[in-house]
Write a protein that binds this ligand. Structure first.
Ligand code: PXP
Length: 252
């Protein structure tokens, strides 16, 4: 089975910093610490309203970390310009609404196909690995492949929410969609990532899907860091992911 990478999203270190203004806590320091503790890459979302990560954070992350930087962004001209200047390893295109608290659903790759096409092309031309943050649906997968995006990130939010609410029928249904979508990525030649709302338990469970090669996790890890420290939280997450992969390998 392929290795499973962990991308640590440092947005909410910036959320805490911005609550007071000033310079601390610094998302770049968190990124360096997460990498030292075992993260394979760092993810940050430069939102159009700059509510957490700022432009300068992106520049400093790119200059400071040696592991891949995954730049989450809306498909907007201003974001494309910044991405082309910063040249992260990867760009994950996400839907963005000003009023939402977090990225609430996947990108409408079917309806937005024509609008998204030039973004995928420009980023790819710059040598940036492009990913579409999508719902685990056959239509979204197909459209992503047709757009020429080499990677998709499956939105795990609906599954994680259902589990959190104790709605096991809905959770089973959502996990089924994730399982089918992950399996379909192989046939479409897409690299499969997943993320949103993951904690130790859901990361362990989703690690069992063999096509998934990367999880991007932020909110839970930064919250855990308050209690156990970021390094310990990252190590425990790696352990949960490794357990999930190992149990799936034993069942093969
Ligand atoms: N992946 C993508 C594309 C996201 O937009 C987010 C949230 O910014 C995450 C992963 C991480 O989600 P969470 O913070 O809930 O772990």
């Amino acid at each position: 089975m392929t290795a499973l990478r962990l991308g640590v999203n440092v947005d909410h270190v910036a959320t805490v910093r911005n609550a007071r203004g000033g310079l601390v806590p610094d998302p770049v320091r968190a990124a360096l610490l997460a990498i030292e503790a075992g993260a394979d890459g760092i993810t940050a979302h430069l939102r159009e309203d700059r509510r957490h990560i700022h432009d300068d954070d992106m520049r400093r992350l790119k200059a400071s970390i040696e592991k891949p930087l995954n730049f989450e962004m809306a498909a907007a001209e201003a974001m494309l310009d910044i991405a082309l200047r910063i040249r992260p390893h990867a760009c994950c295109i996400v839907p963005e609404k000003r009023t939402e608290r977090t990225t609430e659903g996947g990108l409408d790759v079917v309806g937005g196909f024509r609008a998204l096409k030039p973004y995928v092309a420009e980023l790819a031309r710059a040598g940036i690995r492009v990913s579409m943050f999508i719902e685990p649906s056959p239509e979204a997968l197909k459209a992503s492949a047709e757009l020429g995006s080499p990677v998709v990130e499956l939105h795990t939010g609906a599954w994680c929410d259902a589990r959190m609410r104790g709605d096991s029928a809905k959770a089973d249904y959502e996990f089924g969609r994730l399982r089918v979508a992950a399996a379909e990525t192989a046939a479409l030649g897409l690299e499969c990532h997943a993320g949103h709302g993951l904690d130790y338990e859901t990361a362990r469970l989703i690690a069992a899907l063999p096509q998934i090669v990367e999880l991007n996790i932020g909110h839970f890890l930064i919250g855990e860091a308050i209690f156990v420290g970021l390094a310990e939280a990252v190590k425990a997450m790696r352990m949960a992911m490794a357990e999930g992969r190992a149990s799936a390998e034993r069942q093969q």
